[in-house]
Design a protein around this ligand. Structure first.
Ligand code: ADP
Ligand code: AMP
Length: 220
């Protein structure tokens, strides 16, 4: 199965992608994670993307399209993948259609996570991750069971994203509503859009997604 998780920053795409990855053996492909890794490694792409990401703006389409096209060709993606944070513009969506047709792959479902604006700000500003394994947490909504100890790997170091601050959040959310929100119309017209209430608790969102995946399997 090949899926897209669509939704604004903070909607819960990464959180749900990790759950689907475990349950269905699909690979999470987060362009945000890939770009952050490129920035950290100081590659040519990373150098180009760094200041754009710090401002909360979108990296040029051709950069992310190339990253995704190359990544989908890797062996671990042949069982299926979950796109998280891509596509984010109509040209990216059109390029994805073309690359999937070329690679003889199909898109099984586009799952949209709907969350109100105010809740998104709260989620982004309170987000942090385990520095060792990357498990995601939240100051209020998802705390580790033991304080300051990662549930998954036992790590005790945590990090916060440089762009998860109150100033950048507005720019990122504006970029979403301007450039990415039109994709819901794009996929609705193609008949692949499935909308989920992303305001619900993490486990309930996961259950609703499961129902949609079961339906998409049956329909496909
Ligand atoms: P995205 O990948 O869409 O930017 P994340 O999955 O990183 O969003 O979620 C943003 C923050 O909100 C994280 O700290 C996460 O723990 C928390 N979160 C995710 N889903 C929910 C939910 N349904 N209810 C409450 N908090 C959530
Ligand atoms: P994310 O981790 O999905 O919140 O993405 C973090 C940042 O990476 C975004 O604010 C953009 O600057 C950049 N980015 C990630 N994915 C894309 C994409 N598909 N198109 C353009 N920019 C992206």
């Amino acid at each position: 199965m090949n899926l897209i998780l669509l939704g604004p920053p903070g909607a819960g795409k990464g959180t749900q992608a990790k759950e689907i990855q475990v349950r269905h053996g699909l690979v999470q492909l987060s362009t945000g994670d890939m770009l952050r890794a490129a920035v950290k490694a100081g590659t040519e792409i990373g150098l180009k993307a760094k200041s754009i990401m710090e401002k909360g703006e979108l990296v040029p389409d051709e950069v992310v399209i190339k990253i995704i096209s190359d990544r989908i060709d890797e062996p671990d993606c042949q069982q299926g993948f979950i796109l998280d944070g891509f596509p984010r513009t109509l040209p990216q969506a059109a390029a994805l259609d073309q690359m999937l047709a070329r690679k003889k792959k199909r898109l099984d479902a586009v799952i949209e996570l709907k969350v109100d604006y105010n809740r998104l700000v709260e989620r982004i500003v309170g987000r942090y991750t385990c520095a060792t394994c990357g498990e995601g947490y939240h100051d209020r909504f998802k705390r580790p069971k033991v304080r300051q100890v990662c549930d998954v790997c036992g790590g005790t170091e945590f990090t916060r994203r440089a762009d998860d601050n109150a100033e950048t959040v507005t720019t990122r959310l504006m970029a979403y509503y301007r450039d990415t929100a039109p994709l819901t119309g794009y996929y609705y017209c193609k008949g692949t859009l499935r909308t989920v209430d992303g305001m619900a608790p993490i486990g309930d969102v996961a259950k609703e997604i499961e129902q949609h995946l079961a339906e998409a399997r049956r329909d496909g």
